[in-house]
Design a protein around this ligand. Structure first.
Ligand code: ADP
Length: 227
């Protein structure tokens, strides 16, 4: 018998650890992750037509248009759906229009999939601290995330997974971080209200903790007993 397919929608501010928890699930549980941010950065690094259109939005911390993001997500979905039982959406949907579009897409195309909404709760102060110490792998196909003391020498760091150089993300500068946080708070309530309206329960995950504790809480929250 095939396992029930599940989708996990990670909703949380920038720097709240959505990417880090996703990475854990991919490495240890064999799940599949779509980070719309990673996908956007890949387009930019590869200088595709889409990449040229969205470069400015990413640099300035603004959102990419809903229609472009929705199209990217559906294309990705179709390419992974058959081989994936557990799918994480990291950073999508971010606006009410994206949430409505995804909901309609799932109801029409994949009505049997179970939808879990996981909201990451953390203070703005802590996410700013975390982002200031965040390094990412510069390999566009990897983009693994690392944290370190921002005062230490960052030039010696290489990725543990692919040995590529680590660096700061272009948008991890204070002005842009504030813009991204404001955008997140502007849309969060609309998203939560929408999920409530369509009877999707939101599960709250407190992420002001070390990763191993967040992982344990997450497993309990969504009912995973293995690994
Ligand atoms: P963070 O959550 O730390 O801001 P992400 O990697 O999720 O970082 O996103 C980086 C940027 O990619 C966003 O600031 C935005 O420009 C673009 N982006 C990512 N996901 C979306 C989305 N669902 N809708 C619109 N723009 C998006």
């Amino acid at each position: 018998m095939r396992a029930q397919k599940c989708i996990y929608i990670f909703l949380g501010p920038p720097g709240s650890g959505k990417g880090t928890l996703s990475h854990f699930c991919v490495q240890n549980l064999g799940w599949v992750q779509l980070s719309t941010g990673n996908l956007c950065r890949k387009h930019i690094a590869e200088e595709t037509e889409i990449g040229k259109q969205i470069d400015f939005a990413l640099k300035s911390g603004k959102l990419v248009s809903d229609s472009l993001i929705n199209a990217m997500v559906y294309e990705w979905f179709v390419s992974v759906y058959e081989r994936a039982d557990n799918i994480i959406l990291d950073g999508y949907p971010r606006t009410l229009r994206q949430a409505k579009a995804l909901y309609t897409f799932l109801k029409e195309n994949l009505p049997e999939i179970l939808i879990n909404i996981v909201r990451f709760t953390i203070s703005d102060e802590l996410v700013i601290n975390r982002i200031c110490g965040r390094l990412v792998c510069k390999n566009k196909d990897c983009q693994a995330i690392y944290f370190q003391d921002p005062r230490s020498d960052q030039s010696k760091n290489v990725c543990k997974l692919c040995s590529s150089e680590l660096g700061r993300r272009n948008d991890d500068v204070m002005e842009t971080i504030q813009e991204r946080l404001q955008t997140y708070h502007r849309y969060e309530k609309d998203l939560l209200d929408f999920y409530n309206t369509v009877n999707l329960e939101t599960k709250h995950l407190i992420v002001e903790k070390p990763l191993n504790e967040v992982v344990e809480d997450f497993k309990k929250l969504v009912g995973i007993n293995r690994a």
